[in-house]
Ligand binder design. Structure first.
Ligand SMILES: C[S@@+](CC[C@H](N)C(=O)[O-])C[C@H]1O[C@@H](n2cnc3c(N)ncnc32)[C@H](O)[C@@H]1O
Length: 152
């Protein structure tokens, strides 16, 4: 939870009070091209059409717990929408159901998604229109991808 939920100008006096529940979730949407035959046919032909399971016992879930982006990551990639590596690595890993293929990020920003691909061993391609962020991504991707995560 980020700051700002306590009573304005009285946050010290009422340090244990939240004025209203703070939003702690961000929805995300999944789009899939119509499958070619059955899911199994599509997987064989295109290697796509599902998510990579976390393990044989654990499916890919629709909630990914995440903390805000760490200061160490923000220092490497100063983009206003930088997403945490710990979150992106889980998401990116899931989008190639067979662990084969290439991830495309058409809005790459400072390259955090591409760095997450690198970290999980996936090839990726990014597109970024802002030269400043493109240059930042070139610098940041190798550094972000090498950061160790708690779960690593
Ligand atoms: C939400 S940010 C992505 C941030 C990224 N996930 C990161 O961690 O740095 C979206 C990015 O898309 C870029 N963008 C917007 N429209 C674009 C377009 N038509 N083609 C390529 N990049 C675009 C913006 O410049 C911005 O950096």
């Amino acid at each position: 939870m980020r700051g700002g939920d306590r009573p304005k100008a009285a946050h010290v006096e009422f340090s244990d009070v939240s004025v209203m529940p703070r939003s702690m979730w961000e929805p995300w949407l999944v789009f899939r091209k119509p499958i070619d035959g059955r899911v199994q046919d599509n997987l064989r032909k295109w290697g796509a059409g599902g998510f990579r399971r976390i393990s044989a016992e654990r499916p890919f879930g629709d909630v990914i717990a995440s903390a805000p982006t760490r200061a160490a990551e923000r220092a490497l990639a100063q983009h206003p929408s930088l997403k945490p590596q710990a979150f992106l690595r889980q998401l990116v890993r899931g989008v190639l159901p067979l662990g084969k293929g290439i991830v495309l990020d058409p809005f790459a920003g400072s390259g955090s998604t591409l760095a997450a691909c690198e970290a999980v061993g996936y090839a990726s391609v990014g597109v970024e229109r802002d030269r400043k962020y493109f240059d930042l991504a070139v610098e940041a991707i190798p550094k972000l991808s090498k950061l160790a995560m708690k779960a690593d």
